[in-house]
Design a protein around this ligand. Structure first.
Ligand code: 5AD
Length: 428
């Protein structure tokens, strides 16, 4: 199985390679290896991951070629906008702006978010999918996520693994983490892995650095997702080979942030995300939707802050009330609101990837497809060893936890193929 296809280097200039995939060209940063014109490489998220021998590359490309163009064609057909005479006039006007590539203001965004009309929502989603196809084509990155520890020093009110929760704790040893990563890369074919945990100081800089160094030897793009750590720690991990970081700011509403995350400050979290960007990390950030007290304006501000932070990838999903937390009795998530937010993010920040989260799929089984059809173009598959999976209980009933990783991979690929999407990351 393969989550990236090899590309041929067409040109190299100032540390950036132009990589050709059957005629489609993408820019790739090449600080991991020196490459020359004509060589074959794997890239993820705009970062060169490894070189690949020509013979092997040509064989893989030969096997992919037909499928590559077939999927593109299917995506082109699937992402057409249908006639929509029934949508409201004001919504049509705003979507025409989108089609003309004009920037949407906050007022427009609020208008789109505010409609509950089925025809409006349908057209908003179709338009977002159309924009996604035009700007990103059919590539959909599929990253593996390894949840290596559920210990956490933080007491976030929404989170099922908060310090005060009675969940049984686990911690994977560095060897277990490296083995799981090896399995994901060598046996399952992942080219990008997210290493995620609660804020667990047991993993000091030295341990983290060793893990990153070893995992990087597997030729994958590493995302670190370890919460608030000193800038110096992230710098060390970058030097050890991590090139991407996933850190949500959770909400742009300062009062809400400080109420739900006792003892922490929004400014500090936002500053760290800016620092990660400055260090050269590929940044994935975002928020929770539907936190108690969140307004539509907050949601639009969340999208605008994600954009301002220079996110390469948007990561946002519904807040799911979790038993045993102070927010356990709050109202259930609204799937349409997340889908509208996905479309809005697609309209307001065209260049970014947008993740369709497991939380969304947990709320509604069909929502993975809906998210992909509303502007989303990125997925994650859980590769945590099964004995730990249910313990990483940020929220209950996590989609996919009842199935083997291989089954989740097959289901995901089947879904992507049915929509004309290629499970590959062609780079930025
Ligand atoms: N529902 C959905 N997502 C949650 N997260 C934490 N708690 C919940 C919940 N109850 C998200 C946070 C965090 C990410 C790892 O998980 O946004 O950044």
């Amino acid at each position: 199985m393969c989550y990236a296809i090899p590309g041929r280097v067409a040109e190299v200039k100032d540390g950036v390679a132009v990589v050709d995939y059957f005629g489609e060209k993408r820019n790739v940063l090449c600080d991991f290896a020196d490459v020359r014109k004509g060589e074959y490489v794997y890239a993820q998220g705009g970062v060169l991951i490894s070189k690949i021998p020509e013979k092997e590359a040509v064989e893989i490309l030969e096997a992919w070629k037909e499928k590559f163009f077939e999927l593109k064609e299917l995506d082109r057909t699937t992402s057409k906008i249908h006639e929509n005479a029934d949508a409201s006039g004001n919504i049509l006007q705003i979507l025409q702006k989108v089609n003309r590539n004009q920037e949407l203001g906050k007022k427009d965004a609020l208008e789109l978010l505010g409609t509950d009309d089925g025809e409006d929502i349908k057209l908003i989603m179709e338009t977002a999918n159309n924009v996604r196809q035009k700007d990103h084509d059919n590539a959909c990155c599929v990253h593996g996520i390894l949840e290596f520890s559920n210990y956490c020093t933080q007491d976030c009110m929404y989170c099922g693994i908060r310090k005060g929760s009675s969940v049984k704790r686990y911690r994977m040893t560095p060897e277990e983490i490296i083995d799981a990563a090896r399995h994901a890369s060598k046996e399952l074919g992942f080219k990008a892995l997210v290493l995620q945990s609660g804020e667990d100081p047991w993993y000091d800089d030295e341990k983290l650095e060793r893990i990153v160094r070893e995992v990087r030897r597997l030729d994958v793009l590493i995302f670190v997702s370890i919460g608030m750590r000193p800038k110096e720690t992230y710098k060390r991990l970058y030097d050890a080979g991590a090139r991407a970081a996933l850190l949500r700011f959770e909400t742009s509403n300062k009062d809400l942030f400080e109420k739900l995350r006792p003892g922490t400050k929004l400014e500090d979290r936002v500053q760290l995300i800016r620092d990660l960007n400055d260090m050269g990390y590929v940044v994935a950030t975002g928020f929770l939707t539907g936190l108690p007290g969140e307004t539509n304006e907050d949601l639009v501000n969340n999208i605008l802050l994600t954009k301002e932070l220079g996110a390469d990838m948007y990561s946002f999903g519904p807040f799911i009330p979790t038993d045993g937390t102070p927010l356990q009795s709050e109202s259930k998530p609204d799937v349409d609101r997340v889908l509208k937010a996905t479309a809005l993010a697609r309209f307001m920040d065209r260049k970014s990837k947008i993740l369709v989260t497991t939380a969304l799929e947990t709320v509604d089984k069909g929502a993975k497809k809906k998210g992909l059809m509303s502007g989303g173009n990125s997925l994650m598959i859980n590769i945590t060893p099964s004995k730990y999976r249910d313990l990483y209980r940020i929220y209950p009933g996590k989609a996919g936890n009842d199935k083997k990783t291989e089954e989740n991979i097959n289901d995901t690929i089947e879904l992507l193929y049915s929509l004309g999407r290629a499970p590959t990351d062609l780079g930025l």
